[in-house]
Every structure is written in C-alpha cells, then in structure tokens.
Design a protein around this ligand. Sequence first.
Ligand SMILES: Cc1cc2nc3c(=O)[nH]c(=O)nc-3n(C[C@H](O)[C@H](O)[C@H](O)COP(=O)(O)OP(=O)(O)OC[C@H]3O[C@@H](n4cnc5c(N)ncnc54)[C@H](O)[C@@H]3O)c2cc1C
Length: 324
Amino acid sequence: MVNIIVIGAGVVGLSSAVSIQRALPGVKVKVVADKIYDETTSIGAGGIFLPTTTNIPGVSEDTLRRWSETSWHVYSKMATSDLASSTGHTKPLYADIVYSYREMSPGELIKLGVYDNFRFGYEITTVITNMRKYLKWLMNQFTANGGEVERRKIGSLMELYGQCNVVVNCSGLGSRQLCGDKLLYPLRGHLIKVKAPWVKDWVYTDQQAHLFLSDDFVVLGGIKEKDNWSLNPDPAVRQGILDRNFRYWPALTGAEYLEDWVGLRPMREPVRLETEVIRSPQRTLKIVHNYGHGSNGVALSWGTAVEAAKLVKELISKTSSSKL
Ligand SMILES: Cc1cc2nc3c(=O)[nH]c(=O)nc-3n(C[C@H](O)[C@H](O)[C@H](O)COP(=O)(O)OP(=O)(O)OC[C@H]3O[C@@H](n4cnc5c(N)ncnc54)[C@H](O)[C@@H]3O)c2cc1C
C-alpha cells in the first residue's frame, strides 16, 4: 500500500513530496494531481524570492521568517552550486553575496532615469527560479527516489479513505472545492513574456509594473486581481501592463513579444499548514494541509514543505504508538 498521498504537482506539492521522502526514508509517496507541469500555476510564476508580510497576511513574522530562511537556505545553495543550470537558478547580476538589501540614493535613481516616477529604490540581490526547469528537477528528484505519480482529479478527500496512512493536501486553489475552504480565493496575475536579452536587471515596483528575468526571456507584469477566476488574457489589462512597463523602462523598446500567461495565485489568510483528522464511524483520514501560498508560493515552498513533512512524521508516529 502507498503510505502517503500528496495531492498536487505544483511547486508546493512536489517540494512537500520530496521533503517527505527525505524526512521518512523508505516511506512510499504518491503524487496525485489532475494538472501537471505546464498546466499548473507554479510553472508561470516569476520565481523571485521576495517574501513579505504584506503578501502573506495572517502568518506571524516569526513563522514567515522561519519558512523563508529554510527556503532561502535551499535556493541559495542551488543557485551557487553546479546545479544552477539544471534547477534553473540564475544569480542576478552582481550577486556575489548571498543576499543584500540596500536603499539607493536619489543620485543613483536619477542616473538610472527613474527618479521622475520613483523617489525610493532598493538594490536587492536574490534568487530567481526558472520554474520550467525547477518543476522538472523536483519531479525528477521525486521519481528517482521511488515516488509515483498519478494523474487524477480527486472529487472528495473521502475518496482517499483506506488508500494511505496520511494525505498531504497541496491542491492550491483546488482546496476551495476539496475542503469547501471559503477563505481561499484567486489573486489573478497576468504576465507578458518578451525576448529582450539586453535587459540584465530585474525590477519590481508597487505601481503594477515589474520585469523579471528568466534564462531566455523577460517577464513583464503585473497585476493582482482579487476573486477573478478568468484564465483568459484581458486586452485592457494587457495594454496597461505594457504601457506602464514601457513608460518606466524605455530600454524595453524593441523587445520581441513571445506570449501572454494568466495564472491564479492561491490566496488565503493565513496560509493553511496544519493537520486535520476526519473521523467517520468506520474509518479515520489523517491529513496535512499545505496550501494558500498566494504571491510567494515559490519562495515559501521549501519552508512549508519541510514543516509539512514534520507534521506527517508526527501523525505517523502517533499511529504507530497507538497501535502498540
Ligand atoms: C503571475 C504570477 C506570478 C507569480 N510570481 C511569483 C514569484 O515571483 N515568486 C513566488 O514566490 N511566487 C510567485 N507566484 C505565486 C506562485 O506561483 C504560487 O504561490 C504557487 O505556484 C502555488 O503553488 P501550489 O503548488 O500551491 O499550486 P499550483 O501550482 O496551482 O498546483 C496545484 C496542484 O494541485 C492539483 N489539484 C488541485 N485540485 C485537485 C484535485 N481536486 N484533484 C487532483 N489534483 C488537484 C493541481 O492539479 C495542481 O497540480 C506567482 C503567481 C502568479 C499567478
């Protein structure tokens, strides 16, 4: 029998699955998901490591710092190791130090030609993850460790009664239906990928405009529309993103359009990382929930995955001691 079923093959599900394999060697883990790789939200994420308390409301600063530090430890190690090309971690320009955050002077902003629009700026050295490579890498880690994958839509958590010892629910927005979780809602994003190899820096603003770098393209964003479930690009939103980015960064002129991508951030206040035991007269279903990472799911995925694996371990050890 499979011991652990992880619902979800996004960055949270795959990180949780790999963390469980590492924390509990010998345990059989199966990932069940109706959407895999490029059908997930995770594939389109800008992949920047920039977790903030504003993005992740309802989680204490201490907890958020702990998740972020665990994730940072893993990401920064990958970005600076010989794994960088296969995991898709690229060091932003000047990133010889692991992390830096420094207020820029007005003189620097004037020299950069952005002072008319932005009176404050920060220079940040962080990790940007190429999600196409990274999800593939996570999946390879998982299957190489003996993990199984099944493509299936779970209609109800009750379907999994008797099929495993613990269910790890990393279904993102899917938990709205799976758990009837009304705290969960979509925060819609729209990205435009362009080819502009001369652009070497990423920029994030609070004016619904940002550009992130990937290996082979530049990603222009970005909006956060609450409760909008549409996955179709909206022409007006699209034009707004282009107008703002090209106005702030004229150096984008000449960029070649590649494609639009719309994704729904699984937003919840707070992120749900906890256990639940559902009992019926005959059976018991033990669950670890790990979903609702909103705008920072890539950044927080390892931190929450490691804690989800600890919760799985606790549930399993309770089961074995109660059998004695
Ligand atoms: C435009 C945009 C830009 C972003 N940029 C960043 C960024 O720069 N940095 C960052 O940290 N984060 C970013 N994010 C956020 C990040 O993408 C998400 O937080 C993250 O992808 C959530 O991962 P997940 O695994 O929880 O969900 P998903 O990737 O949505 O995966 C959910 C999985 O659950 C499965 N599932 C759901 N319901 C069921 C069911 N009933 N049965 C079977 N399977 C089910 C799905 O099939 C899927 O495999 C961005 C998001 C968007 C939209």
